[in-house]
Design a protein around this ligand. Structure first.
Ligand code: MG
Length: 170
């Protein structure tokens, strides 16, 4: 790979259903609905994994962690994030920063944003201490869709993630 900098983009959607856990950005939120999923349904982490994999042309999360595989049933998505970032490091690149946008009608995300940023930064830092990630490197924003579409009807949650990675100079 010639370029010192590489950008990646990720997008994921999960449906919401009553009585399930709502896990976003590595933390559990208090809500009446949660994501329908094979894993813990952490749609924030899934979009971030796809962005990281995309930056290095490594395919997508479904390719590396198929939702048909029993080993990934109910899995903590933080493990998927660690494994995705490990693949990035193995390619000789590290994360510069990530910018994530959550589309969700309810609950209000503001009280959870800092904890999510911290959780993601900690998870990424665990992979290799030499390339630890600061909370300032992880941006999380949230918006409703003003009631429009599947997000507005509280049928689902969508997440966009963009990352920048840079070649590790040894
Ligand atoms: Mg997903």
């Amino acid at each position: 790979m010639k370029s010192k900098l590489r950008i990646g983009n990720g997008y994921d959607v999960h449906l919401l259903a009553p009585g399930l856990r709502l896990v976003l950005g590595g933390i559990e939120l208090s809500h009446t609905k949660g994501c329908v999923a094979h894993s813990d349904g952490d749609v924030v982490i899934h979009a971030l994994c796809d962005a990281l994999l995309g930056a290095l042309s490594l395919g997508d999360i479904g390719h590396h962690f198929p939702d048909t595989a029993p080993e990934f049933k109910g899995i903590d998505s933080k493990i998927l994030l660690e494994r995705s970032y490990k693949l990035v490091l193995e390619k000789g690149y590290k994360l510069v920063n990530a910018d994530i946008t959550i589309l969700l009608q309810r609950p209000k995300m503001a009280p959870y944003i800092e904890e999510m940023r911290k959780s993601l930064a900690q998870t990424l830092s665990k992979v290799d201490i030499r390339y630890s990630c600061d909370i300032e490197d992880i941006s999380i924003k949230a918006t409703t869709t003003e009631g429009a579409g599947f997000v507005g009807r509280e049928e689902g949650v969508a997440v966009y993630a963009v990352v920048l990675t840079e070649k590790i100079c040894e």
